[in-house]
Design a protein around this ligand. Structure first.
Ligand code: AP5
Length: 224
C-alpha cells in the first residue's frame, strides 16, 4: 500500500487524453509523497476565475476545447520552475507539455534550472470511457476536489465532502467539446509520447484501471 512510503522522489510528466485520470492520480501521489502538483489546466481556470488578462485570453480556447497558445502556457511553467525551490523534492506536471514545442521548451527549462526529470507517464484510455468520465465529472468550486456522479460520488449531492463547497460541471465537459478535445489531443499531444519514447523516458499505464491500483504499482515499482 501507499501509506508506508514517504521518502520517494518522483519528477514526472502526466501524459494522456482528457479524462484519463491524470488529475485524480496526481492528487493521490501528492497525498502519498507530498509532491508538487502543477496542473496548467487548474492554473488557467484560476486565472479565468480571477478574470485576469491571461484568464480572459485563455477562456476562448478552453471553452471551445482548443489549446491555449504555447508561449502563454510555457511562461507559467517557466516561472514556476524558476521560483519554487521545492520542485527539487519531486513534482508532477499535469497537462504540460501538450505539444512537441512545449516538450522542447520543457527540456530547456530543465537544463537551465537543473531540477531533474524521471519520465513521462502515459495514461492510455478510450473514447467511450473518456466520455462517461468527463460528462459525469463534478469539481468543487472552493477547493478543486474532483468527483464523479457514479464512480466517485460525494456523500451529499452537489456538496464537497472535504470543504462543503459547491460542486459544478466544467464548461468544457459536454460531449461535443470532449470530442473536440480528443481530436486536439490526438493531433497535438499524442506525438509527445513518441518524443519521450525516443529518449527512453516513457512509461505506459492503462488509465482505465482503478487509480489506486495505478498508484500502488508506480510506488512499488519505484521503490525497487
Ligand atoms: P486540463 O484541465 O489539463 O484538462 P484535460 O487534459 O482535458 O484533462 P482533464 O482534467 O479533463 O482530465 P484528467 O485526465 O485530469 O481526468 P480526471 O482525473 O479529472 O486542460 C483544460 C484545458 O486547458 C485544455 O483543453 C486547454 O484548452 C487548456 N490547457 C491546459 N494545459 C495546456 C497546455 N499545456 N497547453 C495549451 N493549453 C492548455 O478524471 C476525470 C473523471 O473521471 C473524474 O470525474 C474522476 O473522478 C473520474 N476518474 C478518473 N480516474 C478514474 C478511474 N480510474 N476510474 C473511474 N473513474 C475515474
Amino acid at each position: 500500500m501507499a501509506d508506508d512510503i514517504v521518502d520517494l522522489i518522483m519528477k514526472i510528466v502526466l501524459l494522456g487524453p482528457p479524462g484519463a485520470g491524470k488529475g485524480t492520480l496526481a492528487k493521490m501521489l501528492k497525498d502519498a509523497l507530498g509532491l508538487v502538483h502543477i496542473s496548467t489546466g487548474d492554473i488557467l481556470r484560476e486565472e479565468m476565475k480571477a478574470d485576469s488578462h491571461l484568464g480572459r485570453e485563455a477562456k476562448q480556447y478552453i471553452e471551445s476545447g482548443g489549446l491555449v497558445p504555447d508561449e502563454l502556457v510555457t511562461k507559467i511553467v517557466e516561472n514556476k520552475f524558476a521560483t519554487d525551490s521545492s520542485l527539487k523534492d519531486g513534482y508532477m506536471l499535469d497537462g504540460f507539455p501538450r505539444t512537441v514545442p512545449q516538450a522542447q521548451d520543457l527540456d530547456k527549462i530543465l537544463a537551465k534550472t537543473q531540477v531533474g526529470f524521471d519520465y513521462a507517464l502515459y495514461m492510455e484510455s478510450t473514447l467511450p470511457v473518456i466520455i462517461r468520465r468527463l460528462t459525469g465529472r463534478r469539481v468543487c468550486r472552493s477547493c478543486g476536489a474532483v468527483y464523479h456522479m457514479v464512480n466517485r460520488p460525494s456523500k451529499k449531492e452537489g456538496v464537497c465532502d472535504s470543504c462543503g463547497g459547491e460542486l459544478y460541471q466544467r464548461a468544457d465537459d459536454n460531449e461535443e467539446t470532449i470530442r473536440k478535445r480528443m481530436d486536439v489531443y490526438l493531433e497535438n499531444t499524442l506525438p509527445i509520447a513518441q518524443f519521450y519514447e525516443a529518449k527512453n523516458r516513457l512509461r505506459k499505464v492503462n488509465g482505465d484501471d482503478e487509480t489506486e491500483a495505478i498508484r500502488d504499482a508506480l510506488l512499488n515499482e519505484d521503490k525497487k
